[in-house]
Write a protein that binds this ligand. Structure first.
Ligand code: SAM
Length: 221
């Protein structure tokens, strides 16, 4: 189920009801989810499910589901399964014939896209690029002909290096950087790669970022 990407008010009434009704809540970060539950006065057992324990924890969760227990799966923030370990459990559950029901809500990629000013009619979600420069540049080369708006998640300490690789490999394009969406230091910068790079001070990039880039030969639509 989707939970806020920052602002705790971004949660649906249905998500709150399910959090109260579920037998268990499996979450990536128990501290973060506990804060959310506390905010809404919900008392419920939490069980951690994250990248490093997913293979060990998933069979246990599947057993509980097969015993007819309902489990609300919550990621660190936003929509589970989008660049987080939810996919692994979802596929296992489907293989076991267990019903998987989405509870829609916030997502950083879509929130960034709709405010970027870049075409939204077609887009490609790329998630995280490889962190090492070689594989990252190879992936960017593979994407050189992509015509749809591209969406990337990026960590703050790689942001400038990634922008530099993008301009080196693709040449100038229109792009947008969305940071800390729905939070206190929320902001969106729009412009060409060079314009964006000038607005970011090296060593001072903090928080969570989404990079959006127009596709090759894209026209304002
Ligand atoms: N499942 C999440 C979703 O639905 O957006 C994404 C999880 S992924 C592990 C975390 C990445 O999402 C961050 O590194 C950042 O790129 C992006 N992100 C998450 N929250 C954000 C926010 N409030 N503002 C900008 N980007 C955010």
């Amino acid at each position: 189920m989707a939970t806020p990407i920052g602002n705790l008010e971004d949660i649906t009434l249905r998500a709150l009801r399910i959090l109260k009704e579920a037998h268990l809540i499996a979450c990536e970060d128990t501290r973060r989810t506990r804060k959310l539950l506390l905010h809404y006065g919900i008392r419920k057992g939490l069980i951690s499910y994250y990248d490093y324990n997913k293979e060990r924890r998933a069979p246990w969760l599947i057993r509980k589901l097969l015993e007819n227990k309902s489990i609300a799966l919550v990621s660190d923030a936003g929509t589970p399964g989008i660049s987080d370990p939810a996919f692994y459990l979802v596929r296992l559950a489907i293989d076991q014939g267990i019903e998987v029901i989405p509870i829609p809500g916030p997502n950083a990629a879509l929130s960034a896209l709709i405010s970027s000013g870049l075409p939204t009619d077609r887009f490609a979600f790329e998630g995280f690029l490889p962190s090492r420069p070689g594989p990252r540049r190879r992936r960017l080369k593979e994407l050189a002909e992509e015509q749809r708006t591209m969406i990337f998640y990026e960590s703050p300490h790689r942001l400038l290096a990634t922008l530099k690789d993008m301009v080196d490999i693709w040449g100038e394009r229109r792009a947008a950087l969305a940071k800390e969406l729905t939070k206190k230091f929320e902001g969106i910068i729009r412009g060409t790669f060079s314009e964006l790079s000038k607005q970011i001070s090296p060593g001072k990039v903090k928080g969570e970022w989404v990079i959006l880039v127009e596709g090759k030969g894209n026209r304002r639509s």
